[in-house]
Design a protein around this ligand. Structure first.
Ligand code: 13P
Ligand code: SF4
Length: 368
């Protein structure tokens, strides 16, 4: 072992020698460990994962499905989560104490989840309480840290995913007059708009300047949107849609609700990754589609539907860089660490945070 590899091992990082292995060798070793562990090992994979990883997933799904799958699995001692950090945290909170959740690369975070920290959230809540008193309930997209979920749970709110956001917002409006929605302003705005709330009744909370951004009266606000976004989905633009429609007026455009409201409004349809996959599965052969979501998924959909003409809404799109941190070398390394009895990349949410975060997660799971 090189000195660099020894240091990496101490730091819980994958040694470089894994990068030198052939794909064939890695696949053989992963398959062997999977066979050896059987049901004691479970690998969930998010739709945005690379093909080289997803081929080994025991189940694939969108954020909601993966949370539900984690909750149901009672057999696995090790859950090697092929997705990003917040998803692994959610899996840890929804599984039993004896089950260990592992993220094959600790650097697989989510830039959107990082856009809301606790200090900013406490400050925002304090100011919003001052303005709105007890008329507001917090909701958070699952793409947030366990701490933010705990904050939301403690204050009577729930988590949402892109597949159940509408139902959870309806539930929230039955509890209180207003919603504070963290951290993705676009999913919050698109969902509230679908429920009939005019854009003038939604304000943006800027956590850096600690101010509510709206040109309208604060009293009329129904939804306070955290100023966060997905750095992947913000790359789909109104210009992409205009260019495409000009070139091909027959093309149907379907996008993820993490895209801006303007993009969603100009598209033919929008929905979670699961919704997009199902819409294309249902589509007639020969139909033409442009998809506005992460590139690994778009490429997989293209390969699975040679009878349809499918492309990315943005021709210059690249995959989600943090999702892409999980690759075959990291998957193999994390499995071999388990085999050696030295699991690395363990995700463990503290009991205090978990207690409150589970309130938010369970309110979501109960209402969807
Ligand atoms: P869904 O899987 O819920 O559609 O979410 C997409 C996403 O951005 C996950 O990070
Ligand atoms: Fe986060 Fe966007 Fe990547 Fe999803 S696609 S993990 S929201 S940065």
């Amino acid at each position: 072992m090189s000195i660099l590899d020894a240091i990496k091992q101490v730091e819980g990082l994958m040694p470089d020698r894994y990068k030198e292995l052939s794909r064939e060798e890695m696949e053989k070793r992963v398959a062997h460990i999977k066979r050896k562990f059987g049901k004691r090992l479970f690998i969930p994979g998010h739709h945005y994962q690379k093909d080289e990883v997803i081929q080994f997933a025991d189940e694939t799904g969108d954020s909601l499905q993966l949370a539900q799958i984690a909750e149901k699995n009672k057999d696995a001692d090790y859950i090697v989560f092929c997705g990003v950090h917040f998803m692994a945290e959610t899996a840890d909170m929804l599984t039993e104490k004896h089950q260990t959740v592992i993220l094959p690369d600790m650097r697989a975070g989510c830039s959107m989840a990082d856009m809301a920290n606790m200090q900013q959230t406490n400050r925002a809540w304090e100011k919003l309480q001052h303005t709105y008193g007890d008329t507001i309930i917090p909701l958070t997209y699952v793409n947030s840290t366990a701490e933010i979920k705990a904050f939301v749970g403690k204050h009577g709110g729930a988590t949402v995913t892109s597949s159940n956001a509408k139902k959870v917002l309806e539930w929230a409006f039955a509890q209180k007059e207003r919603i504070m929605f963290l951290p993705d302003q676009h999913l919050g705005r698109n969902t509230a708009f679908d429920l009939g709330i005019p854009l003038e009744d939604m304000a943006v909370w800027d956590p850096i300047h600690e101010e509510l951004q709206t040109e309208y009266n604060h009293e009329q606000m129904k939804v306070i949107l955290w100023k966060g976004h997905c750095s992947v989905h913000e790359k789909f633009t109104v210009k992409n849609i205009a260019d495409l429609r000009e070139r091909d007026p027959d093309i149907q455009i379907i996008v993820h609700p993490e895209c801006s409201h303007e993009v969603v409004a100009l598209s033919d349809d929008s929905g979670s990754t699961k919704y997009i996959i199902e819409a294309i599965n249902r589509a007639e052969p020969g139909t033409k589609w442009a998809i506005g979501t992460e590139m690994n998924l778009v490429q997989r959909i293209i390969q699975e539907h040679p009878d349809k003409q499918i492309m990315s809404l943005n021709p210059d799109m690249c995959p989600c860089l943090t999702m892409n941190r999980i690759d075959l070398p990291h998957l193999l390394w994390s499995l071999e660490q388990i085999e050696k009895g030295e699991p690395a990349g363990i995700i463990k949410v503290s009991e205090t945070i978990q207690k409150d975060a589970l309130l938010a997660l369970n309110r979501m799971l109960k209402n969807t």
